[in-house]
Design a protein around this ligand. Sequence first.
Ligand SMILES: Cc1ncc(COP(=O)(O)O)c(C=O)c1O
Length: 380
Amino acid sequence: LANNFIPLARPFVSDEEISAVTEVIKSGWWTTGPKVTEFEGRVAGYLGGGLYAVALNSATSGLFLALKVLGIGPGDEVIVPTLTFIASAHVVEWCGAKVVLCDIDRDSYNIDTGLIEKLITPRTKAIMPVHIAGYPCEMSEIIKISNKYGLHIVEDAAHAIGTEYEGVKIGNHGKAVVFSFYATKNLACGEGGMVVSKDIELIEKIRKLSYFGVNKQAFKRYEKSGSWYYEVEELGYKCNFDSIHAALGIAQLNKLDNLNKIRREIAFKYKEKLDSSIEVQKNSENHFHSYHLFSVKLPAFLDRDDTFNMLKEKNIGSSVHFIPIHKHPYYAAKFSDASFPAANSLYPRLLSLPLYPSLENREVEHVIESLNSIVRSKKI
Ligand SMILES: Cc1ncc(COP(=O)(O)O)c(C=O)c1O
């Protein structure tokens, strides 16, 4: 352990992933095709049925296209929590709409639902809940507000594949729900994302926009029964998913519940053994936290950046999720009048620890012992 760096994240690889990818490579069909359709169907089924899905090259593309298809554009506003990855905000700006940032709940790190109504104006079109670290937002409150004001819910579920809100999997609540399959995610493809919805029309519109606005799927043109002819009906983009990544996704989906179970066991061990001065994200028994990340709130007597460096010296990778949106220079000027007391007090103390299924027991123990010894050395 002294010489082996423990990274913040590591994908889980087995022979299944390797042979699934090899099979696609040998098949001769690498881009969007039946493997992608199979992956979409498998994820929709995993989430409980009654959902339609479109796989894309990233969750960012999924969020952007979902907003586009819902008609969000100049003059519109979308409410986004400030503690999230930059993608959640940028996609709103790409549509020409205005990002309206909301502060977070101090315990769950998710959007503070008690503040949403105050941010609603006649221009508000959507709310974007982000299930931070895999812990679900207060969906029943958000649904109530969206019904009252006629707003769309576009969920950033990048962290939340397998997460449940009151026994129902994330994917079944919002108008459009977007998952990420980025290399570090609970279900990893390297790059990739998926939008799911109960609304088949919405999904098919996203599918069309994801491939230049072409009116039929490219691979169908190359089938024996296909015709070369196609028409471009709108100014679409290029964010379709491919079969090589889809094969990885199917292999990962087969073991997702097991991988999430291991993540939770590690998280529970952290919670049990870390010094009591280290606070952890809320986890109500009513929900299923998929623990994409294990973000702790360090005690005030520890400097976050010193702690990051001291962990690095002990061969442990850590990180911060996230720099609040309003702290980034691009957004800071737009929010100079707004105040985000909860995010501002949490952010300087946030630190994410390594958490992934291939993390070995002795590595978990090393992280716990190292952080506890840092606490002991600084405790007054
Ligand atoms: C909260 C959140 N939203 C969106 C994204 C974007 O996902 P992707 O990298 O698949 O575009 C990420 C990525 O890590 C994320 O953490």
